[in-house]
Design a protein. Structure first.
Length: 559
């Protein structure tokens, strides 16, 4: 147990020469008694523009109560956030992945600048989860991340619906399979209140991964946003950070290679978002852990698919909570022999101890037993080949074709592809190629949910494949290869494709290839010229200059 709990703040506040600092903090309402306690940063990602994070101010108040009850002084500050679901399909979506870096940078700066002793970070939407944890790893102070929780499902024509259904409804409406009136009714019912998108999309995937990783307390993430238990969870998180401070337990002792492998296994077992590859690679880099894109395929091959969750399955995040929550997923991984048992968590217990404590609701149908998996292998697949020498990511849940061959339909932006789909120009058997949407080329690596959902909505989900150097939403389903690396903007082979070239997906062989000779690809590369940068100033230009490949997590690297 640490005896000096003010290892940081004492430098800021103690002694006659620190009177000016104390004077300014007293101006915001802190007392001498407050300043004698450890200072705990409450790093919030509250924002009024989206349901995912709108309730985080309420949760922050309960976190602060917990900190005070345990002997600390909480001080709250805020970061930015960008909504994927709102900005999807527009130029604004390019800001989403970039926001991950800005969130991490802003938390790091505030905490370093004010010498806090510990941190509780509150997250909600997709990029706030990895962004907050990236900052915690950089700072390596006693800290944890608390997820705001899932939205409840909406009800439409007697069934549960999520934002995924609205995106697919746009395609159905364009195809004449849904009326505009019904699309409007669906729009009005899909999102009934606060919380992150309700399926095993990126937010719930990453929140689950953070529990299994150990940086969020087990039992915290799957509690829905508006469930009364969430306030109690927030109070507990405030108390827990003080316990971490007393034990001097820091994030880099928790986020180890075994812990990251546990998180990957949880994603594979639940058919989670392909964005987890980007984000877990980024966390590994911040933790100083060697993790490669190939590790995801290695682990997924050995992990059974067990959770029947949207976007491809029947159930939503609140159903998983009622079935037993993330703890049940950890328990299943333990039963399957896919859990690195000794990995430590912020509760002070190992992941093995946490998994053993999980309680399964009798009769639940969300998570299958290990002896009857939905698929013997997990949902994450990494393909390589002459179109993706550095790899690409595909989500396989058993509903997609294992092999696919067809002519390329090449588009140099998401907007061009979406227009073609809405005008019914994509036909069964096509391979839609969306390029110059990678980390540098976008910049910002937009998600293609508007495109993929429109295909599904038109009934083409099983008869058309897609590949892109951009990303996919966690709500995407179908045979879709994202994160194709190297990206088109740096001369990757995806930038050399022409409409009509024959593309082959071979999932069992882990290949993505175009039927062109090496000589022809070299000839096309000699003729290729990089496009002019889309932004020449500001944060977008800065990001394009610093960002690494998607195969490395699309992290910004100083040059």
């Amino acid at each position: 147990m640490a005896t000096n709990l003010r290892r940081q703040s004492s430098v800021l506040l103690d002694g006659a020469d620190r009177a000016p600092a104390r004077a300014m903090l007293k101006a915001v309402g802190l007392t001498d008694a407050d300043l004698r306690r450890p200072l705990i940063a409450i790093a919030n990602t509250w924002i009024e523009v989206m349901p995912c994070n709108i309730h985080l101010r309420r949760l922050a108040e309960h976190v602060k109560r917990g900190v005070r009850a345990a002997g600390g002084t909480p001080i709250e500050f805020n970061t930015i956030a960008v909504s994927d679901g709102i900005s999807m399909g527009t130029e604004g979506m390019k800001c989403s992945l970039i926001s991950r870096e800005v969130i991490a940078d802003s938390i790091e700066l505030v905490v370093r600048g004010h010498l806090f002793d510990g941190v509780v970070a509150l997250s909600g939407c997709d990029k706030t989860i990895p962004g907050t944890v990236m900052a915690l790893l950089r700072l390596d102070l006693p800290s944890l991340m608390l997820y705001g929780g899932s939205i409840d499902p909406g009800r439409f024509d007697g069934r549960d619906v999520t934002i995924q259904d609205v995106f697919e409804g746009v395609g159905a409406c364009a195809a004449g399979r849904m009326s505009r009136r019904d699309l409007r009714r669906l729009e009005d019912r899909a999102c009934p209140g606060a919380g992150a998108c309700g399926g095993q999309f990126t937010a719930n995937t990453m929140a689950m991964a953070m529990e299994v990783l150990g940086i969020s307390p087990m039992g915290s993430a799957s509690v829905p946003a508006m469930d009364p238990q969430k306030d109690r969870v927030a109070f507990w998180a405030g108390q827990l950070v003080m316990d971490l401070l007393r034990r001097d337990l820091r994030p880099r002792r928790i986020v180890t290679k075994p812990a990251l492998e546990n998180a990957i296994a949880a994603v594979a077992a639940t058919g989670g978002s392909t964005n987890s590859v980007l984000h877990l690679l980024a966390l590994a880099r911040e933790a100083g852990v060697l993790l490669s894109i190939g590790d995801f395929d290695r682990i997924s091959r050995k992990t059974p698919l067990l959770a029947d969750l949207k976007p491809w399955g029947r159930f939503v995040a609140t159903d998983l909570f009622r079935a037993g929550g993330v703890g049940l997923i950890a328990k299943r991984l333990l039963e399957a022999g896919r859990l690195r048992r000794d990995a430590l968590t912020v509760t002070g217990r190992t992941i093995w101890q946490e998994a053993k404590r999980a309680k399964e609701t009798a009769g639940q149908r969300v998570v299958s037993p290990v002896r009857r998996p939905l698929s013997p292998t997990g949902g994450l697949v990494i393909l390589r080949g002459n179109l993706a020498p550095d790899g690409c990511v595909v989500k396989i849940t058993g509903h997609e074709p294992q092999r696919y061959r067809g002519p390329a339909r090449v588009f140099n932006s998401e907007e061009d592809a979406f227009r073609a789909i809405q005008r019914r120009r994509i036909k069964p058997g096509d391979v839609v190629v969306v390029r110059y949407e990678g980390p540098k080329g976008g910049p910002g690596m937009r998600e293609m949910l508007a495109v993929t959902a429109a295909l599904v909505g038109q009934g083409l989900g099983q008869s058309v494949a897609l590949l892109t150097d951009g990303r996919f939403s966690g709500a995407t389903r179908g045979l879709m290869a994202g994160h194709v690396s190297p990206e088109a903007a740096v001369g990757g082979p995806i930038g050399l494709l022409r409409s009509g070239d024959v593309v082959t997906f071979d999932v069992p062989a882990r290949r993505l290839d175009v039927a062109l000779s090496g000589a022809e690809l070299r000839r096309r590369r000699r003729a290729w010229r990089p496009p002019a940068p889309r932004y020449t100033s500001g944060v977008m230009a800065k990001y394009a200059h610093l960002v690494s490949s998607a195969s490395e997590g699309a992290v910004t690297i100083p040059v």
